[in-house]
Ligand binder design. Structure first.
Ligand code: S3P
Length: 432
């Protein structure tokens, strides 16, 4: 599907967003491992989260979607999964594949997991290595590093002390999920802090887990986790597209209600504030161990920044939309230490550089990031490519709001991976 985006004057709206993607995946998995009912409200029903739901049901979980955003998980406890009768397909979802590898490595059965063209080229050794040390056995394509992956699970999973080579919430979470089955204490030490939704949710469901700086300590379960009522906060990564839209269009005010503001995710708000953004967090509260608030955003004059090091994992999914903000900031914006972007749904450094160049922006590609010269006009009048990457597609749509001419974006349907309601909300904020 190709869309055309035309420029807009300003944005004045109040919106609420679908549930957080990372948290929705985890609520399905942890709810299925628990005993008793878990009712999930504001669940994100998107292609990625439905991959997790379908895989869990294929290994004997009982998950029913009772409305667009409500799901009931009849938790049977961690020891009641069954061998799947077919290959499991995580499609485009790295979170599904990596977190489920953690669960599958601790089952007494054989399973095979695969994904789409993009996911089959994403690195899996980072998960296979620690899970193999814990006792799981894996066979994978291209020297044991890429999906399809065969998993010979074991009920004899061992605890581990593991230093992850990259700060990755998916790797950390795979280890923590396997560690629930181990006897004794597992520690995961990261080079920098990544999002901690798994840790918070496991604690909320009754696990013995503590976090200090970049170390997580978890005890193997001696009794099952307990099902819980769960409200998924709005997705801050999805909110970021509209936050930047309001910042870079003139005379705009946007209120986004009930968004997750977990400190391991609010890097984007810190960076935008460093750039001079007028963003206020109001009505803060805590829901099922996750902080939530409303965001009030006003048009702002931005200035360039340099972002690197430990900040990168905290803004990893927001770098494409940050690049759009950088085109409108005074001075240069530099992103460094972000080589991980090359291993996402597409090589995002290459995709951002190519598409921004098409739009007439002065951007320099580096191995681990890019430099963008700010205060530039977005020329438009061209067809951009999404690379079937939802976050690239949505970032380009926001660029279209301030372009001199319309922009066409090819393969826009990939937004359904994380945000099926994007187009509806995008149209709504333009027309009020
Ligand atoms: C996610 C973690 C991040 C992020 C992805 C979702 C998660 O990946 O990019 O969109 O839900 O754990 P890494 O932690 O592997 O960098």
């Amino acid at each position: 599907m190709k869309i055309e985006v035309t420029p807009t004057e300003n944005i004045n709206a109040e919106i609420t967003l679908p549930g957080d993607k990372s948290i929705s995946h985890r609520a399905l998995i942890i709810g299925s491992l628990a005993e008793g009912e878990t009712k999930i409200h504001n669940f994100l029903s998107s292609e990625d989260t439905l991959s997790t739901l379908n895989i869990l049901n294929s290994i004997g979980a009982s998950i029913k979607q009772i409305s667009e955003d409500e799901v009931i998980v009849e938790g049977k406890g961690k020891d009641n999964f069954i061998e799947p009768s077919n290959v499991l397909n995580a499609k485009n979802s790295g979170t599904t594949m990596r977190l489920m590898m953690g669960v599958l490595s601790a089952q007494n059965f054989y399973s095979v997991i695969t994904g789409d063209d993009s996911l089959r080229e994403r690195p899996m050794k980072r998960v296979i290595d620690p899970l193999s040390k814990m006792g799981g056995r894996f066979f994978a394509r291209k020297n044991g590093e890429f999906a399809p992956i065969t998993i010979l699970g074991t009920k004899d999973i061992s605890p581990i002390v593991y230093k992850t080579p990259v700060a990755s919430a998916q790797v950390k979470s795979a280890i923590l999920l396997a560690a629930l089955y181990a006897k004794g204490e597992t520690q995961v030490i990261e080079p920098a802090k990544s999002r901690d939704h798994t840790e918070r949710m496991l604690k909320y469901f009754g696990a013995d887990i503590t976090q200090k700086d970049t170390t997580v300590v978890i005890q193997g379960l001696t009794k099952n986790l307990e099902g819980r009522e769960f409200f998924v906060p709005g997705d801050l990564s999805s909110a970021s597209f509209f936050i930047v839209a309001a910042l870079i269009t003139k005379n705009s005010t946007l209120l986004i209600k009930n968004v997750g503001i977990n400190p391991t995710r609010t890097g984007i708000l810190s960076v935008l504030k460093m750039m001079g953004a007028d963003i206020k967090i109001i009505n803060e509260k805590t829901l099922n161990n996750e902080p939530v608030g409303d965001l009030l955003v006003k048009s702002s004059s931005l200035k360039g920044v340099e972002i690197k090091g430990e900040m990168i994992p905290l803004i990893i999914d927001e770098i494409p939309i940050l690049a759009i903000a950088a085109t409108q900031a005074k001075g240069k914006t530099t992103i460094k230490d972000a080589k991980e972007l090359r291993y996402k749904e597409t090589d995002r450094i290459r995709a951002i550089t190519r598409e921004l160049k098409k739009l007439g922006i002065d951007i320099l590609e580096k191995e681990d990031g890019f430099d963008i010269i700010g205060n530039q006009k977005i020329r438009g009048n061209c067809t951009c490519e999404s690379y079937n990457d939802h976050r690239i597609a949505m970032s380009l749509a926001i660029a279209g709001l301030i372009a001199d001419n319309p922009i066409e974006i090819d393969n826009f349907e990939c937004v359904n991976i994380s945000f099926p309601e994007f187009t509806e909300i995008f149209e709504k904020i333009r027309s009020i």
